[in-house]
Design a protein around this ligand. Structure first.
Ligand SMILES: Cc1cc2nc3c(=O)[nH]c(=O)nc-3n(C[C@H](O)[C@H](O)[C@H](O)COP(=O)(O)OP(=O)(O)OC[C@H]3O[C@@H](n4cnc5c(N)ncnc54)[C@H](O)[C@@H]3O)c2cc1C
Length: 335
């Protein structure tokens, strides 16, 4: 256990914040011991890679970092392979391991930072694929009940950047492992963004899972800031999913507004476009700004505090509300 520790190495925004206590666990027994030994009223959070978290102030409590490893094939036949992965494994490394084995399913989720255990929390997604598309089971430890549970995909109540772990079970559990099913008979999703174009540019004729992961990596590198170089926590806001009538009135006013039909009743409008149109693209407030290539990402221009980032986020929220009447909600966990 460490005390009064800087959280700089443990989150991607790069805010200078400290935690009163910091510890790690590599299996469920270690986690149980930590929870039993800590004072009952002491605040704590389970931390993964810190890539979806903004610390707005010092954390007066205990950071418990998940370092559970493991990658086990639990079933394999000629069509599928089922893999159980420890929650503390790095997500991107896991993607690369699966695609290198020729297993298809999560290649579109390459280069998403963070850990495997955090992937079901907000149902990570990119380029038309979400982790829910491959996820079979989530194993987790319930703090109050002191028991381990295994939820099926359906029980996780997945939605767009949402799950039961962000709602009824928020702050009550630690994900220990996930089990995903991947395909040996490939069925790629290349319909999103610039994927097809990049496949052509690279002259790929017979696409493999590894090829597609590399295509995604190339596209992402050209659009998103590398948190190792520029502090950020990815998309700061969720894309609002609006009732059809409300979305259509915006599209009528701004015919250039990009939009995606979610179902018969709802339409999604990219939050990045709303922020950009509200005049915030590439702009800064103090040491924090929006990324010039993608207004949805708030970046640390150097020495920014989490408090400054949150102040900018609130200002952006306010301006989008004033201009479009839409409330955009943070995707990032604000602590
Ligand atoms: C450059 C960049 C690009 C990104 N791109 C995408 C993207 O394309 N799609 C996308 O969906 N996300 C994206 N993200 C967001 C982020 O990478 C994901 O949300 C990721 O899953 C967070 O993992 P983490 O381990 O860093 O979680 P953390 O930031 O450590 O934690 C996030 C939340 O999950 C909780 N948590 C973490 N691990 C556990 C656990 N084992 N058990 C219980 N609770 C836990 C934490 O308490 C916290 O509330 C991006 C972030 C960055 C910085």
């Amino acid at each position: 256990m460490k005390t009064n520790i800087s959280l700089l190495p443990y989150h991607t925004f790069g805010a200078k914040v400290n935690a009163d206590f910091f510890t790690t666990f590599s299996n469920k027994e270690e986690l149980k011991t930590i929870l039993q030994q800590k004072p009952k009223d002491q605040n704590f959070i389970i931390l993964g890679g810190g890539s979806n978290i903004l610390f707005t102030q010092d954390f007066h409590g205990m950071i418990i970092k998940n370092e559970i490893k493991g990658f086990e094939v639990v079933h394999e036949d000629e069509n599928n392979v089922t893999v159980k992965i420890g929650a503390g494994e790095n997500w991107h490394d896991t993607v690369m391991k699966t695609v290198s084995n020729g297993w298809q399913g999560i290649e579109n989720l390459a280069l998403i930072p963070g850990t495997v255990g955090a992937s079901p929390i907000q149902n990570i997604g990119a380029y038309g694929v979400e982790v829910k598309d491959v996820l079979q089971r989530v194993e987790f430890y319930h703090f109050e009940k002191g028991e381990t549970f295994e939820y099926t995909n359906q029980e996780c109540q997945f939605g767009y950047r949402n799950s039961i772990f962000k709602n009824a079970l928020k702050g009550k559990i630690a994900v220990l492992s996930i089990t995903i099913q991947l395909n040996k008979q490939w069925n790629f999703n290349t319909s999103y963004g610039a994927i097809e174009e990049e496949i052509k540019t690279q002259g790929i004729e017979t696409l493999t899972p590894l090829d597609l992961a590399n295509v995604i990596i190339k596209i992402r590198e050209s659009k998103l800031p590398d948190p190792k170089k520029i502090g950020n926590c990815g998309s700061f806001f969720k894309n609002p999913v609006l009732p059809k009538k409300e979305a259509l009135s915006i599209i009528e006013k701004f015919p250039e507004a990009p939009h995606y039909i979610v179902n018969e009743e709802t339409i999604k409008i990219p939050a990045g476009w709303l922020i950009q149109t509200a005049g915030w693209k590439g702009k800064s407030l103090g040491n924090v700004g929006t990324y010039p290539k993608q207004a949805l990402v708030l970046v640390n221009n150097g020495g920014a505090t989490g408090e400054e980032a949150w102040a900018l986020a609130l200002q952006i929220q306010k301006d989008v509300k004033t201009q479009f009447g839409i409330s955009i909600e943070p995707e990032v966990n604000i602590i």
